[in-house]
Design a protein around this ligand. Structure first.
Ligand code: COA
Length: 162
């Protein structure tokens, strides 16, 4: 088996921190420009105050470059969203954030990290495979397209116990 090339570490000028209620306006604006499936301000506000969810932000030189949301389930952690600012893509930010989230979830006691992703989102699926996630199955027609038709969700997970 050919191993994928090593992912580069996060840049030295990048800082990751848990975001809070005072960050709501910044995250809402970030989501609107970085995520085609942007979370609404109401959903983000709920995530920021919910003790079973953690909203992470990665700043590069003080500017918000990536946002990720993780939910704690009884035995697993669920990656609910990850998005990187268009001007910082393909620089390893998402991979670096995922590595940190996996380490944090393992330390929290989670056995797996789960996620679901649109079948047409090939960039995100490539990212997840590169970061050690495997496909578990599909949920038919899970996402609703603008024309009313359904799009499959690809279910992926990563073992955190090894
Ligand atoms: C998907 C997304 C988070 C990737 O962020 P990123 O910081 O650009 O990803 P990275 O630079 O860490 O990429 C790591 C690896 O993932 C894969 N990858 C990432 N983006 C890719 C793309 N557009 N096409 C193919 N592979 C890609 C590559 O293997 C890449 O390694 P490489 O650059 O050495 O080839 C970003 O494109 C994004 O924010 N998209 C919009 C929101 C979204 O779709 N989120 C996921 C669903 S919630």
């Amino acid at each position: 088996m050919t191993l994928p090339p090593e992912l580069p570490p996060l840049p030295a000028n990048a800082r990751m921190r848990q975001l809070g209620a005072t960050d709501l306006a910044a995250i809402t604006a970030f989501e609107a420009r970085a995520n085609p499936d942007a979370w609404s301000s109401v959903l983000l506000e709920t995530a920021l105050i919910d003790s079973d969810q953690v909203v992470w932000g990665l700043s590069v030189d003080g500017e918000l470059g990536a946002v990720a949301i993780v939910a704690w389930l009884p035995f697993d952690a669920e990656l609910q969203s990850i998005s990187v600012s268009p001007n910082y893509r393909r620089q390893g930010l998402a991979a670096g954030v995922l590595a940190a989230l996996k380490a944090q979830a393992a330390a929290h006691g989670s056995e797996r990290m789960l996620l679901e992703v649109r079948a047409a989102n090939h960039a995100a699926q490539a990212l997840y495979r590169r970061c050690g996630f495997e496909v578990d199955g599909r949920r038919r027609g899970y996402y609703r397209r603008e024309d009313g038709s359904g799009e499959d969700a690809v279910l992926m997970s990563c073992d955190l116990t090894q």
